[in-house]
Write a protein that binds this ligand. Sequence first.
Ligand code: SER
Length: 595
Amino acid sequence: MKKLTSETLRQMYLDFFASKGHKIIASASLIPENDPSVLFTTAGMHPLVPYLLGEKHPAGNRLTDVQKCVRTGDIEEVGDASHLTFFEMLGNWSLGDYFKEDAISWSYEFLTGKDYLDIPVSDLAVTVFAGDEDAPRDEFSASVWEKRGIPKEKIFYLPKKNNWWIAGTTGPCGPDTEMFIDRGYKPCSENCDPSCDCGKYLEIWNNVFMEFFKDDKGNYSKLKQHNVDTGMGLERVLCISNGYKTVYETDPFQGAKAKIEELTGKKYDESEEITKAFRIILDHVRTSTFLIGDRRGVVPSNVDQGYVLRRLIRRAVRFGRTLELPEGSLAKIAKCYVEKYADVYTELKENEQKIYDELNKEEEKFSKTLSDGLKEFNKVINFIKGDIFPGKTAFRLYDTFGFPIEITEELAKEKGFTVDKEGYKAAEQAHIEKSKAGSEQKFKGGLAEQNETTARLHTATHLLNAALKKVLGDDGIHQKGSNITVERLRFDFNFPRKLLPEELASIEAWVNEAITANVPVTLEELTVEEAKAQGAEGVFDSKYGEKVKVYTMGNFSKEICGGPHAKTTGELHHFKIKKEEASSAGVRRIKAIID
Ligand code: SER
């Protein structure tokens, strides 16, 4: 087997498929565009779904790429030998063009060819779909494998559970054929086959023959065209081809690993506990670097992608304590990744400073409260009778010390406790209601006499919120606070720097344009999912299925809000920004009036 670096493997793969008539396309963003159903791009097929369904791809019907992916379902597993939250997927695509014969033949050539991975045929095993009521047994794929040289006894027929691929629950899908390294161990039992996790077989590649569509009733129909979607995990291949035991031995991690050793004076393999902390930091900082550095970049926040990012950074900070990692280290570790990937993912270089700034800010914020939070945690845990960690305390750790619930759960688990999630949710709900009551109370004070003015200022606040995103070109900007008196509105939002005079002027102009357009302010009651699907701004928490009020002003703004509002934007007359200043770290404040 050939020893490869990540750089050679990427290039070798793309060149190979380019030589078979494929166009090389760039990785899409990690943040799916126009798909509010998932937070991240989790597989190579994700950005290509419209084309698998029949839309014409501008680059043609044979494509190849290396796609950035983030999967966060198993964050807690990171620290073992194989789980990663970020990875790269090598893929080749037929959009209604070639099918099983070519796909399998090229896979075989790439796996075994002397100029490519050069894996001995005797080290390979493959699986094909066993067939059921939805699709026939895939004897054709088996015959192609056999023709190429894979012996019959190394071709396994497996059911849908193993040999059918779909992203999520509905959409394009189909039977697949998977390729494995057979490590030559004795089978663990009579039934040992590639679906067994005894370690004899390691999956290396997957060819999906996407010719079906699964609807939300669970029915399968044939797609307009037959497609091929293949996925080969870059880190996995590096690991196998170099004979490494864990993905952390592969080259993308080496610079960052050396940096952590330098910063802490500790060695990666000093002890089990130290290795685990190293791995968590290595993985989480890499993923955070890619999320912040993405063209549709994420910043830490309390919702959606921003929350996952916050969780990753805070978990890295927490495990940094095990290594006595000095404050300010995350950005230094991130720099190793920016440099390592700079040629392949140029967006990291373009957003370099933003990556370091966001990491530093979040690290600093959490470092301040982490020690006190841990003290509090340890104090509480000593008094608990039984093994249930109170939800109320978990919420206090979140609210006061910034501990994401998942961190508290992990800490509790390490000591043999389970967090009372229901209690946590109840405490959270009580908190939300209390602060809602507080603001309604405040609002009422003004309403008694100044109903219309404050409603108009409130409407202006929505337009300002939308204008900030438009003018600053940053979808990650969200409301961090708002306060309205009869004189003015005050609006806080996350943004890393002072706004330029020309930016303020454009924001003002954008809001005034919306006012001049005099569009109606309409109210709809939607479920959280519907609101989200329509791209409404606002805080989405986990209250799925619940109805929320969404206020829309033409194409200018769509936001979840309790109201009340002006009837049309024209009622605001004219909007003027009076002041822009820092409110707290990473949060800016604008005061504005309407006259
Ligand atoms: N979509 C398949 C996977 O992710 C093949 O690319 O495994």
